[in-house]
Design a binder for this molecule. Structure first.
Ligand SMILES: *Cc1c(COP(=O)(O)O)cnc(C)c1O
Length: 388
């Protein structure tokens, strides 16, 4: 198998699996217990909190463990909305993950008002448009750090400055960016940040929400009062430990990993553009996630290409895992104004540190043949060929 779908999820690092094993089999104490055995679980959880805080330039008490990116996004947005029971205004973008978009839609149905900022053809939010959209009753700006489909990095630092200037809370969905691009929350002016362990070689179903000290949001989950009474539910100790190990591994090698993945990505791009005609790269060319390639193959059905790749054991995705099941085209590709036929011929390859140059060479060789074969079935392509 050749796995080029790291944007959907990543392999749990073997070191993380080993670290988790102990907390399933031996150190299974409930962190809320008062005896020493439980204290070991508590200590493990607090160690990871410190580690994550350090990776972000934050304080340990600003990190809250959650069940992943979706929960963190829901909590940040609904929790802040609940602090404004009289209603009010949220600014987000059209290309957010559904965990943000559907949460905003839910709030609209309950009387809040939401502005979904347009993006340009590279998928970039305009900070001018953002500033124009701010109203007296705007209480939250939620703009993603990096887009999961096209990899575009938003001008987060500038957004942070604007939010600060207007005294508005700034939440960012950094699920794709955290441990894939280096940043610190203070430098970026971020008030709340969502992250998910399975996007950086940790286990699934665990993540965190960073909430800057002084910012108050309502709880999403009520119960036993864990996480300083803000997120109830017995801590996912093995998951948190696994996530901590993944953070540790990533932090040790961040620059090298980014360099390696970017080089491999650029190599793949180069070969794609040199060897396959009628293709286009979607998203920003420079301000982009290191491992992301989102490319439209003209005169090709993306779904057919995906199936053919799958038969060769190559995993890629059409748009994103959350849209590839739908008939409709991706909301992100629509938002950047991509023509419908091109959107339908679009694949996303997301590379990781596990990938090798040999794998990329193999994928390119297959793609060349598959794309050429599929184009034989395209009337539009045939008429172009006749035109020559
Ligand atoms: C994967 C992803 C999520 C959802 O995270 P889960 O942990 O799978 O719930 C949210 N936002 C972005 C940008 C993502 O890529």
């Amino acid at each position: 198998m050749i796995y080029l779908d790291h944007g959907a999820t990543t392999r749990t690092a073997p070191e993380a699996v080993t670290a988790m094993q102990e907390y399933w089999e031996k150190q299974y104490g409930n962190p809320s217990g008062v005896y020493e055995f439980a204290g070991e679980s508590k200590k493990a959880v607090e160690r990871v909190r410190e580690q994550i805080a350090e990776s972000l330039g934050a304080l340990p008490e600003e990190i809250y463990f959650t069940g992943g990116g979706t929960e963190s996004d829901n909590w940040a947005i609904k929790g802040m909305a609940a602090m404004h029971p009289e209603g009010g205004h949220i600014i987000t973008s059209q290309i957010e993950h559904h965990a943000v978009l559907h949460t905003c839609k839910f709030l609209e149905q309950r009387g809040y008002s939401v502005t979904y900022l347009d993006v340009d053809e590279r998928g970039m939010v305009s900070t001018k448009e953002l500033e124009k959209a701010i109203r007296d009753d705007t209480f939250l700006i939620s703009i993603m750090f990096a887009n999961n489909e096209i990899g575009t990095l938003q001008p987060v630092e500038e957004i942070g400055k604007i939010a600060k200037k207007h005294g508005i809370c700034f939440h960012t969905d950094a699920v794709q960016a955290y441990l894939h691009v280096p940043f610190q929350v203070n430098q970026m002016g971020i008030s709340m940040l969502s992250a998910s362990s399975h996007k950086f070689h940790g286990p699934k179903g665990v993540g965190f929400l960073y909430i800057r000290k002084g910012i108050e949001i309502e709880n999403l989950l009520h119960g036993g009062g864990q996480e300083k009474r803000k997120r109830s539910g017995t801590e996912n100790v093995p998951g948190i430990v696994g996530m901590g190990k993944a953070v540790e591994l990533k932090m040790q090698n961040l620059r090298q990993d980014i360099g390696y993945v970017k080089k491999l990505r650029n190599y793949m791009l180069e070969r794609l553009f040199r060897e396959i005609p009628y293709i286009r790269l979607n998203g920003e060319s420079q301000k982009r996630l290191p491992g992301n390639i989102n490319v439209s193959f003209q005169f090709v059905e993306g779904q057919s290409l995906l199936v053919m790749l799958d038969m060769e054991g190559i995993c890629a995705s059409a748009g994103s895992a959350c849209t590839s099941g739908d008939k409709g085209i991706s909301h992100v590709l629509s938002a950047i104004g991509l023509r419908e036929d091109l959107a339908r011929g679009t694949l996303r390859f997301t590379l990781g540190t596990d990938n090798t140059k040999e794998e990329i060479d193999e994928v390119i060789e297959h793609l060349k043949v598959m794309v050429a074969d599929l184009r034989e079935f395209s009337d539009d392509y045939q008429s172009i060929k006749v035109g020559y």
